[in-house]
Design a protein around this ligand. Structure first.
Ligand code: HEC
Length: 237
């Protein structure tokens, strides 16, 4: 090897690393403006939902029942998977007020959680935004009831008859029914209640906490441009 080849080889090895670790990131990030925080407008800065009280208890019920074995809570960046294009996983494609709110998960999404339930494998759908999906799409009129019914019998609805989500029936207690069904009693979308003529199934405190937690899963708040890599954001700029 001549001295000339050696020098060229050396420049290429170091030059490429310098280009990809220093120059390209610098060019991409030098114009990022800081986001202004405005206390009057809740959407003007990063916003973190409630993660205490019953929601935190619900996260423990989620862990204790192994939901994380089949459900992830990570909407992957597009270079690592096709999550943003799965129906409403990363947010809503057309939110009535905010338009397209889909985005990838970032580390701040787990702020305030004592354990980040990113999940072990993905047998069922990602649940990062299940609260949003249930409230906007599956059952705007009574989201908690939809989740109770799903936990009680995931195979009841016609479009889910082959669901492999386990039934968590033990989170419900069969009780004598009063003059009318209780507000919390399990009822399916066709109005049927699973109890006998004189009984109804009521959620235990575990089921209530779990459902509060699931309804709080709305990891689609606006984020600063520096950590928002959604394709649509790139187009807007
Ligand atoms: C054995 C794997 C498995 C486990 C464990 C599991 N699920 Fe599921 N889950 C699934 C599958 C598969 C689906 C998709 C079929 C369906 O919609 O029911 C699903 C669907 C769901 C849905 C509906 C999601 C949507 O957007 O349609 C919710 C909510 C849900 N599961 C909650 C839970 C909760 C809460 C737990 C723990 C208490 C849990 N699951 C445990 C496999 C699992």
């Amino acid at each position: 090897m001549s001295l000339r080849h050696f020098i060229i080889g050396l420049s290429v090895s170091f030059g490429l690393a310098w280009l990809s670790v220093v120059v390209i990131p610098f060019v991409k990030m030098r114009n990022l403006a800081p986001i202004a925080l405005n206390a009057e407008e809740p959407d003007s800065g990063p916003y973190f939902p409630k993660r205490t009280g019953r929601v935190a208890n619900g996260a423990e019920v989620y862990a204790a029942n192994g939901c994380y074995n089949c459900h992830t809570q990570v909407v992957r960046p597009t270079y690592a998977g096709n999550d943003l294009f799965r129906a409403d996983w990363g947010g809503l494609k057309s939110d009535p007020e905010r338009g397209d709110t889909r985005r990838e998960t970032n580390a701040y999404d787990f702020l305030g959680e004592s354990f980040a339930h990113i999940g072990v494998s993905r047998v069922g759908p990602d649940l990062s935004n299940i609260g949003r999906r249930v409230e906007a799409i599956y059952s705007p009129e009574n989201p908690a009831r939809w989740l109770y019914a799903h936990l009680f019998n995931p195979r009841y609805e016609a479009d889910r008859e082959k669901s492999t989500c386990p039934s968590f029936r033990y989170m419900f207690e069969e009780k004598q029914v009063g003059a009318a069904l209780s507000e919390d009693a399990v009822t399916f979308s066709d109005g049927r209640s699973p109890g006998s003529d004189t009984t109804e199934f009521l959620p235990t405190s575990d089921a209530k906490a779990l459902v509060s937690y699931l309804l709080a899963l709305k990891k689609d708040q606006p984020v600063p441009a520096s950590i928002d890599f959604s394709p649509k954001k790139a187009e807007e700029k």
